[in-house]
Design a protein around this ligand. Structure first.
Ligand SMILES: [Zn+2]
Length: 165
């Protein structure tokens, strides 16, 4: 899924308590892409190179530096996300609910990435199995995504208004 939708899903799902909570959940929602592709974009801006051309998906996969693939494995693994969330839970003594926007990102990516371009390595490093989904740029995903996000945010907005009354 695209990075903005990930943030919006994270925020609306796990950041309903307050504004700070919303933005924390938004951040954890975009974090898996930010810490993989985001780094690549920053590097390509800093080095004044154009970076990979994402409009031709499948052919660019191999042109993307290997560190991005490694970071993508780490940030898109439910195994890693569970371990980190579990460790933070033990260390902090309480569960940070906003962190669940991270595994939500992975769950949303599984059906919205095809084998052609960065399929979601959700079982890494235990298994390299991945699901061959439908690319999120396809209208079959893009339109339902916009509709679902609109419904969720309308409901979120009216609930907040009701609570304030
Ligand atoms: Zn992702």
């Amino acid at each position: 899924m695209d990075i903005i939708s990930h943030g919006l899903y994270g925020g609306v799902s796990f950041g309903r308590k307050s504004k700070i909570s919303y933005w924390k959940a938004f951040f954890f929602g975009i974090m898996p892409d930010l810490f993989s592709f985001g780094i690549l974009f920053i590097f390509s801006i800093l080095s004044f190179t154009s970076g990979p051309d994402f409009s031709v998906h499948h052919s660019v996969s191999a042109s993307i530096p290997s560190y991005v693939h490694s970071l993508y494995n780490i940030t898109h693994s439910l195994v890693i996300a569970s371990i980190v969330i579990g460790m933070l839970w033990i260390l902090r003594g309480k569960l940070m609910i906003e962190l669940f926007a991270w595994p939500l990102h992975i769950l949303v990516d599984i059906p919205t990435h095809s084998s052609e371009f960065f399929p979601t390595p959700f079982l890494w490093p235990v298994s390299s199995y991945h699901f061959d989904g439908v690319n999120w740029g396809s209208l079959y995903i893009f339109l339902p995504n916009i509709i679902l996000l609109s419904v969720l945010y309308i409901q979120f907005y009216f609930r907040k208004k009701k609570i304030k009354k």
